[in-house]
Design a binder for this molecule. Structure first.
Ligand SMILES: Cc1cc2nc3c(=O)[nH]c(=O)nc-3n(C[C@H](O)[C@H](O)[C@H](O)COP(=O)(O)O)c2cc1C
Length: 210
């Protein structure tokens, strides 16, 4: 039940009070992203953390259709998906497994073949879509973690992707913007949704036991 209480407490915050979140809370939210599961374990995305950078936030505001979370949240976590998986990514990953688990890298040759088999059939758009799905899993885990810490969040898809890619120079880094997570503390008095009841379908409509 406690888990459900945390999930009921969270809502997509529309208005932040401008207050910074605690450093250790930010660290915990970022660590929850790092620990999120990903397809093949490849972690084919990066997260840009925007803190006290008023100039960048001002540039991002119109790109996100003037949603004020962009300027008032404590931090913005910008998830960007890789649009390719190259030999370097694969080798780094396999070397990481080998050193972390103290096993010879050659013992991973079969796994290496399946990674190459899976990733080499995708073009850039398909790879970015696949990697973006991993971003959304991490996004969900980050929101749940933040709720436990009583840190507010807003998942944000309402922005111009090309505009964001240009401002951050993502294309040159082989990345495509996926989703933004604003984090901070709600302005309870001025956020009309701060105390609104949750609107959800009834369980019977959503779940079918088969
Ligand atoms: C992928 C995704 C994108 C969203 N984009 C935005 C957004 O750009 N701006 C915003 O204010 N809310 C955004 N939302 C919030 C949803 O509107 C909100 O989660 C939904 O209405 C349910 O309300 P609740 O999260 O407050 O329970 C987004 C939610 C998700 C999951």
């Amino acid at each position: 039940m406690e888990a459900i209480q945390h999930l009921k407490w969270r809502y997509a915050t529309k208005k932040y009070n401008g207050q910074q979140i605690q450093d250790d809370h930010l660290d915990t939210i970022l660590e929850s992203i790092r620990l999120s599961p990903t397809s093949l374990g490849l972690q084919s995305f990066k997260v840009f953390v925007v803190g006290n950078n008023a100039e960048l936030r001002a540039q991002l505001l119109p790109i996100a259709y003037n949603q004020t979370q962009i300027t008032d949240a404590s931090h913005l976590l910008i998830f960007a998906a890789f649009n390719h998986v190259n030999q370097n990514h694969i080798d780094n990953y396999l070397n990481n497994i080998a050193s972390t688990r103290q096993i010879p890298v050659e013992s991973l040759d079969g796994f290496k073949k399946s990674i190459i088999g899976f990733t080499s059939t995708k073009d850039e758009t398909q790879t970015a879509e696949w990697a973006s799905r991993q971003c959304y899993i991490a996004l969900g885990i980050a929101m749940a973690t933040a709720a436990i810490l009583k840190v507010d969040t807003t998942p944000m898809e309402g922005f111009n992707h090309e505009g964001l890619d240009t401002v951050l120079g993502l294309k040159a880094q082989g990345l495509t913007s996926s989703v933004i997570l604003a984090v901070g503390h709600r302005d309870s008095e001025n956020d009309r949704l701060a105390n609104a009841a949750k609107v959800r379908k009834p369980s019977e409509e959503m779940f079918e036991f088969i």
